[in-house]
Structures are given as C-alpha cells and as structure tokens.
Write a new protein. Sequence first.
Length: 185
Amino acid sequence: MNAPLPAAERSDDQLLRAWSDGEDRAFDELYRRWAGRVTAFCLRMLGRREEAEEICVDAFARVVEGRARPQGSFRSWVFTVAHRACIDRLRRRTRTARVLSLFGRTAATALDPEEGLLRGERERALARAVDALPVDHRAIVLLAVVQELPAREVGEILGLTDQQVRSQLSYARRLLRDLIPEEVR
C-alpha cells in the first residue's frame, strides 16, 4: 500500500478531492498556493490592500461553504469567486478605485539612471492607463496579462467564450495604446 503524497506534491485536483474527503490539510495547501495570487488580483482590481485581503478570505470562505465546484480547474473556480466579489465591491463603491500599482516588479538587472527613470515613467503611465479601462476590460487585462491565465480560464472566470476574451483583450490593448502617451511608449 502506497502512502499518500505530501500535500505540497499533489495537484490542485488531488488536493480538492482529499479536502472533499475530509482532509483539512489539503485545503490549507490550496490556500497556501493560491491566496497570494488571488489577493494580488483583487488588489489590482480594487486598489486597496485591506479590501483585497478581505475579498481573498471571503473568496476562500465561499469555496469552503460550497464544497461542490463547477467544471474547470480549482484556479478558475477561486478566481471566478474572487472576480465576482470584486465586482460586487466595486458596484457598492461611490467611485472607481484607483489601482495602486499594476506591475510592482522591477528588472533584476541594474539600469542606468536615465533608463530607470524612463522605465518608472512607463510603468506609471501603464498603471494609469489600466486604471482608466472599464472594469470588464481591466479584469481581462489583469487575468490574461498579469496573472497569465489562458483565454479559456479567463472566459470561465468572467463568463465569456474564448473568442470573446480574445476580442475584448484585443480591444483593451487598443484602448491602452490610446491611453498611454506616445512619448513614454
């Protein structure tokens, strides 16, 4: 008889099955794997860390309450729940939230000072442009580009077909080109 694999070595589907069978540590591993990315997505959607963390916890709580999941991967499922919670939160706000930082990453390689300034200006211009996108297009950009999810999963999360995702992503990119000043492109 083979001993079960440690939680860290199991796939999301294996962990989900184990959790459904009553193994609480399996869910802990799913949370460890995905909470950071879900929080980052929510932060970029909402622009407020406290709200993003709250939505992430709420999304995982909804997963726990549901126990039955729709077709698709755990990743798609948890991002769908988080996306819907973000949209609900945005609807309740009196104004659109500002995205604090779209790409908080910097290059690991050293840049000359002039290139560093230009890069920072480009990132700020891109963050402002993404922030100016309509909420639906912002979500597509964040999921497809920042989270690097395939069109199929983005579609599952947002309730769109693959073709609709590709079309709306193309449109969002055109909007971004129009929103980013030519001198910083």
